[in-house]
Design a protein around this ligand. Structure first.
Ligand code: SF4
Length: 721
């Protein structure tokens, strides 16, 4: 009898659209990933460091959880632990009912998928809106995600177009940019109306009680800023001890997942808004889901929790590439899903998944934290076979194999006999009987090699020994061969293209960084590379002209201004007859800010290595100014530019560890405009957040006082970089 997985796999293989969608997406992802890691100084060392962090975290998870709880409480975040899905759903519904919530907006959260939250919300009369484009597509289609980071990877653009025409707008075309814009227009109103926002969590930093989201579309920021109540749901594996360690994981997650150095948004949330902040939720809740996880702590599969959900192992897995995510019939598909699903749902429900692997090892090779999936797949297969309820023939077969493997002579004899038998049957279809028939029904076995591996190995050893004896100075020959091998390994380690296969190098105490000799120049270069629009201002007049030029592109729409501007922008715009929304007026005037064509902010820091603008929320610095308008323009004094992402860690540690009421409720790292590639991996800019991000680089100090930059001897010119 064909197993349920095989039945689903057979249906998937017969689906030509699925085949096309999977091939194009997984190939693109794999190529982007490789390029992104090449932009680091020592990719393998970086990954080894990330692995070390995950391993260490889980070896001391109890104390990190304690610290996290303490920090969250200090920040005013209400924590609810949920032993299972029912308890987690119960917490969400109780919070929603307490606030009379009728609709919720959700950003991507695998934990919420795990507990089937949408179904329960709908049953309770609460309308959930998925707002990640891929998640919205599958919500409209009534399906489940088929990939960890690209939920609609299984759909072609034509299928999405048909779906939108049927469910959203009969006139919808099939251009990904148009379809994305349709999602932006349709969901904008829901963001502004919803009583509650529900998000997942990528990292929860224990030392500061900070919940972090890694997103691209801007919907994560909307969900955690606009509704008055924010509920975050996470499995306990999302804990990270410190800000600094979080920065290391941030350096590998987007590179491995989407092939980006950093996503458009990295959002760090520390709790409800303070009395001085104009926007942000009044209440923040964290639901910490166990859902079967603690059963596996300290066990053979604990390593699966090291996973940071980048999805890279799915993209390189030959089984996933062929059958897609739905064949796994689980929220978590692909190689890591074949481990996580049986762990969380039990071997009865998902025990056949570990067999859905060729054990080729590609998953381990690409994993940014070296999760040894092949080892766990084998152990899980073994656990399933040793169970009393495994079928008798299955147990007998594995026992016989185990016995033979423990007796080398018997094993070798068996190999020879087996190879002989296979040679007789090779190239013949449909020869197997009973449950083995499926193996030969539609394919013929290739001829087995004439020699076994052991025989070839012995031959090789013999040849090497002969060569050595024949050499007048055998030792130097071997030495040079060894030296060559060492060189090869050294090159692989340095370039990061080595294959780990369980031998993970020890990371250096200090990770090497790429050289950034000229930080402002590098910032401008990187900012342009992520579709940002950078300028350098030679003087305040040049900056004034450019700001007015941008504002005039949106006639009859106001400009929202933050209070941290180092130039008299409000004055300039007033003189030019352009309406402004001053920070003091802003309050929670979301409709008005949504009307703004341009939002202008200063910045706390800017990062040269990634072209990132860092914003702290606070008095006069609303989060919405960089989120709702069509264009976000940031003024960046040159002395706020730091070279590397890692250098931001200590600065963030200081600000996030500040006293309650003093620390920002939100820190955003913004790298280019909002973007999505959820439709056939076609990149579209301007999803839920700004369509354009501009940066004007100002002389140190921001040019606010002491005359123009030119007078201060600045070499800057206003020019498009
Ligand atoms: S197991 Fe590794 S490669 Fe797979 S999703 Fe997790 S972190 Fe990524």
């Amino acid at each position: 009898m064909t197993s349920p997985f095989n039945q689903r796999a057979a249906a998937a293989i017969a689906d030509a659209d699925l085949k096309e969608a999977l091939k194009s997406a997984t190939e693109k992802f794999a190529g982007l990933r490789q390029k992104a890691f090449e932009s680091t100084a020592a990719p393998l060392a970086l990954r080894a460091k990330a692995r070390e962090i995950r391993e260490h975290t889980f070896n001391h998870l109890d104390s990190h959880l304690e610290t996290l709880f303490r920090s969250l409480e200090k920040n005013g975040v209400q924590v609810h632990t949920a032993p299972d899905a029912g308890a987690a759903v119960g917490h969400v519904l109780a919070i929603a009912r307490a606030h009379g919530v009728q609709s919720v907006v959700k950003s991507k959260s695998m934990a919420s998928e795990e507990i089937h939250l949408n179904h329960h919300l709908e049953a309770a009369g609460i309308q959930p809106f998925e707002t990640d484009l891929g998640e919205w597509i599958i919500q409209l289609a009534g399906e489940t995600p088929s990939h960890l980071i690209a939920p609609a990877i299984h759909k072609t653009r034509a299928q999405v177009a048909r779906l939108f025409a049927e469910k959203v707008d009969p006139n919808a075309g099939d251009d990904p940019a148009e379809l994305t814009n349709l999602a932006r227009q349709t969901l904008r109103g829901e963001f502004l109306r919803a009583g509650m926002g529900i998000s997942g969590v990528n990292f929860a930093i224990a030392e500061t009680g900070t919940l972090c989201l890694v997103t691209n579309e801007g919907n994560g920021r909307m969900v955690t800023t606009l509704p008055k109540v924010h509920v975050a749901i996470m499995g306990l594996e999302k804990v990270v001890p410190t800000v600094e360690e979080c920065m290391t994981l941030l350096a590998v997650l987007p590179r491995s997942g989407t092939g980006q150095k950093i996503t458009s948004y990295f959002t760090m949330l520390t709790g409800p808004r303070s009395a001085k902040e104009a926007d942000g939720p009044d209440e923040v809740h964290l639901i910490l889901l166990d859902g079967g996880r603690t059963r596996h702590l300290g066990g053979a599969f604990q390593e699966a929790f090291h996973c940071i959900r980048c999805g890279a192992c799915l993209n390189v897995c030959p089984v996933f590439q062929t059958v897609g995510g739905h064949a796994y019939d689980s929220i978590y598909g692909g190689p890591i899903g074949s481990i996580l699903s049986p762990m969380l749902r039990g071997l009865d429900a998902a025990g056949e998944l570990p067999a859905a692997s060729s054990l080729c090892g590609a998953c381990l090779e690409v994993c940014p934290v070296f999760v040894d999936i092949p080892r766990m797949l084998l152990e899980m297969r073994s656990a399933r076979v040793s169970r009393a309820d495994a079928s008798l023939p299955e147990r007998a077969a594995f026992r016989a194999a185990g016995f033979a493997m423990r007796h080398p002579a018997l094993w070798e004899m068996g190999q020879s006999l087996f190879a002989f038998a296979l040679r007789l049957l090779a190239k013949k279809e449909g020869w197997a009987m009973g449950p083995l028939r499926a193996w030969t029904e539609k394919r013929a076995l290739p001829y087995p090699p004439r020699e076994t591996f052991r025989a070839r190995w012995r031959k090789r050893e013999k040849i090497l020994a002969q060569k050595k004896n024949a050499s007048p100075d055998g030792a130097p020959d071997e030495k040079s061969a060894n030296a060559g091998a060492v060189q090869k390994v050294r090159r692989a380690l340095a370039s990061g293209h080595g294959i780990a296969h369980g031998n993970i190098p020890a990371p250096p105490a200090i990770l090497p960084e790429v050289a950034v000799p000229d930080a402002p120049a590098r910032f401008l270069e990187e900012f342009a590379a992520v579709s940002g629009k950078p300028r350098r201002a030679k003087d305040t007049e040049a900056a004034r002209e450019y700001i007015i030029e941008i504002a005039r592109r949106f006639p009859d729409r106001p400009v929202a201004l933050s209070a941290d501007l180092t130039l008299p922008v409000a004055e300039w715009l007033f003189e030019a007859g352009i309406e402004t929304i001053a920070p003091a007026d802003a309050g929670d005037d979301r409709e008005n800010i949504a009307r703004a064509g341009v939002g202008i902010t200063g910045c706390a820091w800017a990062i040269a290595e990634t072209g990132t603008i860092v914003l702290y929320s606070g008095e006069g610095r609303p989060r919405l100014h960089s989120l709702l308008p069509e264009v976000h323009l940031a003024l960046i004094p040159e002395d706020r530019i730091i070279r590397h992402l890692s250098a931001l860690g200590p600065r963030l540690q200081e600000v996030l560890g500040g006293a309650p009421g003093q620390r920002p409720s939100c820190v955003n790292l913004i790298t280019g405009p909002s973007r999505s590639a959820d439709i056939e991996l076609t990149l579209v800019e301007g999803v839920h957040g700004p369509r354009e991000v501009h940066a004007i680089l100002l002389p140190a100090g921001g040019g606010a006082s002491g005359g123009s930059a030119a007078e201060n001897g600045s070499p800057f010119l206003l020019e498009e970089e």
